[in-house]
Design a protein around this ligand. Structure first.
Ligand SMILES: [Zn+2]
Ligand SMILES: [Zn+2]
Length: 75
């Protein structure tokens, strides 16, 4: 299983729930470090789903807020 976005096969395309503007990809959540990086235990998500999910953070420049985008991994 691999994430198409992490592997450069697909660009993260998502729209803001708030204003519908296209979001910019901030990268994999697991790769984000620093005191303000949101933490979510990926293991729990992956175990509860039959399909693995890669969590990405995207950012809406309009609303100036980051949004969690779940990418289905490919087998
Ligand atoms: Zn990914
Ligand atoms: Zn927005």
């Amino acid at each position: 299983m691999f994430c198409p976005v992490c592997n450069g096969l697909q660009t993260l395309t998502a729209n803001c729930d708030n204003c519908r503007a296209p979001l910019s990809d901030l990268g994999r959540m697991a790769d984000l470090t620093g005191p303000y990086a949101p933490y979510e235990p990926l293991d729990i998500l992956e175990q509860s789903e039959s399909m693995a999910i890669c969590n990405h953070m995207a950012f809406c420049l309009n609303c100036e807020q980051s949004i969690n985008v779940s990418i289905m991994e490919w087998s």
